[in-house]
Ligand binder design. Structure first.
Ligand code: IMP
Length: 430
């Protein structure tokens, strides 16, 4: 294989700041590819002083030299995709010949969103806190072998199949005793599908294989995070796709032998949006401070994010299941100015010290065991010289994870990034 695949993904509950790193690293790659999730993701990046939130389009779109690929592991809402394409084009960025979509990607149809709401209502207090973008129901139809794929939109029988699936959804929704405020209209969705027909839809596996044969370096961009993974996350409070490194091979159609590096992105603290266990959550002044300083409000839904200290038990678990070989720390500046910084090094479960991430975190009353670090006023001066206190915090993380933190981000702009080692040029094996 002449080219290679590097995978960049989140090691927490999403919102780690992956979009910024992908945008930063993109010039070193010929292609950026999304492999899972859908418009539940919100990758924020700052371009020419304006903030953009990408939900479906890969974060390499603002780098001229990069082509962008939406793999078949992604679920696509044609309306969101259309709006995003228009916003990007309005900013003077061309998508022509730069954005490719796999024929086998599944479609989110209007009733998927209603089903999402119905399912959350039925769950009551156990609701997942879904973004209600129809992600779960679209993946359910995929695995239930009822779904519609991008390639289907070219067939004569498409509208008939679509209406039959929507009728089926209607019955299901009514059987769940859910009464939607209004049934979505199909017209705007069909108009967006019309636009999708004119986009660059490709046979994904062949497309990406050929690029690799031509020697392309590809960066796979994860959405959500490891702790929201359908298998490895805090089930059932998870999303419906494979957010881990193995998901990149599945969702793009590339073999594991193509993988060169796995970049694990984490925030210097933790956040979670939606329900589910979060051992290091701080509901007091500290949580409030992290949320305000870190602007921790959902990029897709605007919901306030739950905030807490860095959890090294969860981080080590995420590193293990993904085979991470380079760490990247985001939002380190948010901790500046705190008198003291904490990180969970183990859990206390009814008097027993646990270093592993327990199976049933939803039921167990785990108490984090914290290590405390002296705080720092300013994280670094010009030229990425870090304060001694921050270096001590970083060195401790590197020691317990046994991995180098090769990139530290300390602000939203591209220039607020310290590369401790040029990760994209490092030849590494997992
Ligand atoms: P869904 O995938 O929209 O159904 O949401 C399932 C769970 O994953 C909820 O707790 C969401 O808040 C969470 N989630 C989904 N997408 C993201 C994301 O991009 N960032 C953070 N959390 C997310």
């Amino acid at each position: 294989m002449k080219g290679s695949l590097d995978i960049l993904l989140g090691l927490q509950w999403g919102d780690e700041g992956k979009g910024k790193v992908v945008d930063y690293l993109a010039p070193n790659y010929q292609m950026v590819a999304r492999f899972q999730g859908g418009p539940n993701a919100g990758h924020s990046l700052v371009f020419n002083g304006s903030k953009f939130v990408l939900h479906t389009i890969p974060s390499g779109i603002f780098r001229e030299s990069c082509i962008n690929f939406i793999g078949h592991g992604v679920v696509i809402d044609p309306i969101t995709l259309r709006q995003e394409v228009e916003a990007v084009q309005k900013a003077g960025v061309s998508t022509q010949g730069r954005l490719f979509i796999a024929r086998k990607a599944h479609l989110i149809i209007p009733t998927h969103k209603v089903l999402d709401a119905a399912s959350e209502q039925a769950k009551g207090r156990q609701r997942v806190g879904s973004t209600l973008r129809g992600i779960g129901p679209a993946y359910m139809d995929k695995t239930g072998r009822n779904g519609l794929r991008v390639g289907d939109i070219y067939s004569a029988g498409f509208e008939k199949k679509l209406r039959a699936l929507m009728d089926k959804h209607r019955l299901l929704i009514l059987s769940m005793k859910y009464d939607p405020p209004e049934w979505p209209s199909l017209d705007p969705w069909l108009e967006a599908v019309d636009q999708l027909r004119r986009m660059d839809v490709v046979d994904g596996e062949y497309f990406i294989y050929e690029k690799i044969q031509e020697g392309a370096r590809i960066l796979a961009e994860g959405a959500q995070g490891t702790l929201l993974d359908i298998d490895h996350g805090t089930y059932p409070y998870v999303t419906s796709s494979s957010t881990v490194a193995a998901g990149a091979c599945l969702g793009l159609g590339l073999p594991p032998s193509a993988v060169r590096n796995v970049f694990g992105v984490f925030k210097a603290y933790c956040t979670r949006v939606g329900s589910g266990p979060f051992p290091t959550e701080q509901t007091d002044e500290t949580g409030h401070l992290l949320r305000t300083k870190g602007h921790e409000f959902g990029a897709t839904t605007g919901r306030p994010r739950r905030c807490g200290w860095l959890d090294l038990v969860a981080l080590r678990y995420a590193i293990m299941v993904n085979g991470v070989n380079h760490l990247m720390m985001m939002k380190a500046d948010v901790l500046s100015g705190l008198p003291q910084v904490k990180a969970a090094v183990a859990y206390d479960l009814e008097g027993t010290r646990r270093n592993d991430f327990p199976f049933d975190l939803t039921e167990l009353d785990v108490r984090p065991i914290y290590k405390e670090f002296p705080g720092w006023e300013t994280i670094c001066t010009e030229g990425c010289t870090f304060s001694k206190e921050f270096m001590d915090f970083l060195a401790y993380i590197e020691r317990v994870t046994r991995l180098p933190v090769n990139l530290v981000s300390y602000g939203p702009d591209r220039q607020h990034t310290c590369i401790r080692k040029d990760v994209s040029l490092v030849e590494g094996s997992v």
